[in-house]
Write a protein that binds this ligand. Structure first.
Ligand code: ATP
Length: 203
């Protein structure tokens, strides 16, 4: 199985930007958020179980998860949230594992937004890459992208693992606090390092 680089970072830190760049250099991306969306798209593999557990109202007219309806159910009710996670999480992990195993490249970038919180994913990683930037930049980027207010973005940040907790699990850190162009050299360096670590693991 491929060498697995776990990728994480707070909201708006630049995870997607970093993952896209490593893919352009030749890495394979396995993205747990994207897998969650696939599983809950029209005809998605988790939809029958979700409808059985929560009723037909959690599916929209196309058979995809009605995210707003599901959020209302799960937000109000910790038991419902637990059932939702019990349906989704094992399926996400199974697909992520299969894609890591099938990866054609020497190493895989396994993007897990909540890597700090999830020991199951940490155990799958040979190495952890954290995208880091000051919280003020996270807030500014997310506000610019989403139209949320500063207070709303602050609340999301407060609910996530702290910057210090993420840095504490990092083997490598990409500091994304300047021009995007400034990341190119650092990411080429990390790409070469991961390729070489992957080769050593194969031996
Ligand atoms: P999320 O957790 O919300 O999915 P993310 O960590 O994947 O976010 P990105 O989507 O890569 O972060 O970046 C968030 C936003 O900030 C995007 O609109 C992106 O284009 C922008 N951005 C990221 N890095 C920089 C940078 N160095 N300079 C300017 N804009 C940036």
């Amino acid at each position: 199985s491929a060498y697995v680089v776990g990728l994480t970072g707070g909201i708006g830190s630049g995870k997607t930007t970093v993952a896209d760049r490593l893919v352009a250099l030749g890495a394979t991306l396995v993205d747990t958020d994207a897998i969650a969306h696939e599983l809950t798209a029209p005809g998605g593999a988790a939809m029958p179980a979700l409808v059985a557990a929560f009723g037909p109202a959690v599916a929209d007219a196309h058979g995809a998860l009605d995210r707003a309806a599901m959020r209302r159910l799960a937000f109000a009710d910790a038991a419902a949230r637990g059932r939702l996670e019990a349906i989704l999480h094992p399926r996400i992990r199974e697909l992520a594992d299969a894609r890591c195993r099938a990866a054609p490249s020497p190493y895989v970038v396994l993007a897990v937004p909540l890597l700090v919180e999830s020991g199951a994913y940490r155990a799958r990683c040979d190495r952890i890459l954290v995208v880091d930037c000051p919280e003020s930049l996270q807030v500014a980027r997310v506000m610019a992208r989403s139209g949320l207010g500063a207070d709303e973005v602050q609340a999301i940040l407060a609910a996530q693992a702290s910057r210090a907790a993420r840095l504490a699990i990092a083997d490598d850190v990409v500091v994304n606090d300047g021009e995007l162009a400034a990341l190119a050299g650092r990411l080429e360096e990390l790409h070469r390092k991961y390729q070489s670590l992957a080769m050593q693991k194969l031996k």
